[in-house]
Design a protein around this ligand. Structure first.
Ligand code: AP5
Length: 222
């Protein structure tokens, strides 16, 4: 597989920074798939697979799923045909081990470092806590809404699938606080790993959603 033309975008930021929202828009614009490890775990949990049973206790507490499970799942996913031209990673990597494993996986695919872009969404913790309480999701369509900032056309119903919107189990305030702590302790330090290779784009994630998208596209094109 020739990696020269593959594009890999790593969406980076705290829980609720807008990684999923922006990944889905970018996937449409760039024509490459949006891969969310969190969504993959939730899919396994709702289908009661063995992987889902293993992952559930970690998601419920806001902790990271062990690296071996997470890396194995992601490595399998990027082998699929739809990833041939690249992919957008949302929520991966989250540990130094995951970042180093990803470096190896991209080396094997011959993806040049210049084709790997880390988009770091910067949002302070107090804004995160407010955002997560208003988030509503549609599991089948994967659409993400916010009661105030991005409401559906009909209250409580997904615009795309018509399914009822639900609150994620890990959006309870105590779990959001735990996820933020895990982010600052284990994931935020990864930015140093990527700053060394000069691929980090920093974007103010507190702007309105379309302004965030415009800034990301603008900086990716520079
Ligand atoms: P995951 O599903 O990845 O959750 P997360 O990283 O905590 O991120 P979120 O999905 O909460 O937020 P987001 O940044 O995507 O924001 P969103 O666009 O939804 O992971 C869940 C769990 O899975 C983890 O806790 C862990 O247990 C496990 N896991 C996943 N990956 C793992 C890994 N690699 N290793 C180990 N474990 C892993 O936006 C949030 C809200 O804000 C929405 O309501 C949205 O409408 C709104 N919003 C978005 N942008 C804006 C804006 N600009 N202005 C106003 N509102 C906005």
């Amino acid at each position: 597989m020739s990696g020269r033309h593959q594009q890999v975008v790593i969406m980076f930021g705290p829980p609720g920074a807008g990684k999923g929202t922006q990944s889905s828009i970018l996937a449409d614009k760039l024509g490459i798939p949006h891969l969310s490890t969190g969504a993959m775990f939730r899919h396994h949990i709702s289908n009661a697979t063995e992987l889902g049973r293993e992952a559930k206790s970690y998601l419920d507490k806001g902790q990271l799923v062990p690296d071996d499970i997470t890396v194995g799942m992601l490595a399998e996913r990027i082998k699929q045909d739809d990833c041939a031209a690249g992919f957008i990673l949302d929520g991966f990597p989250r540990t130094v081990f995951q970042a180093k494993t990803l470096d190896n996986l991209l080396n094997v695919r011959n993806v040049p470092a210049t084709n790997v872009h880390v988009v770091a969404l910067v949002v302070p913790d107090d804004v995160i806590i407010q955002r997560q309480s208003g988030r509503r999701v549609a599991h089948k369509s994967g659409k993400i809404y916010h009661l105030e900032h991005n409401p559906p056309k009909i209250a409580g119903v997904c615009d795309v699938s018509g399914e009822p919107l639900v609150q994620r189990d890990d959006d309870k305030p105590e779990v959001v606080t735990a996820r933020l702590k895990v982010y600052h302790a284990q994931t935020e330090p990864l930015l140093e790993h990527y700053k060394g290779s000069g691929t980090v784009i920093t974007v103010d994630g507190t702007q309105p959603m379309d302004a965030v998208t415009a800034e990301i596209i603008n900086k990716l094109e520079q």
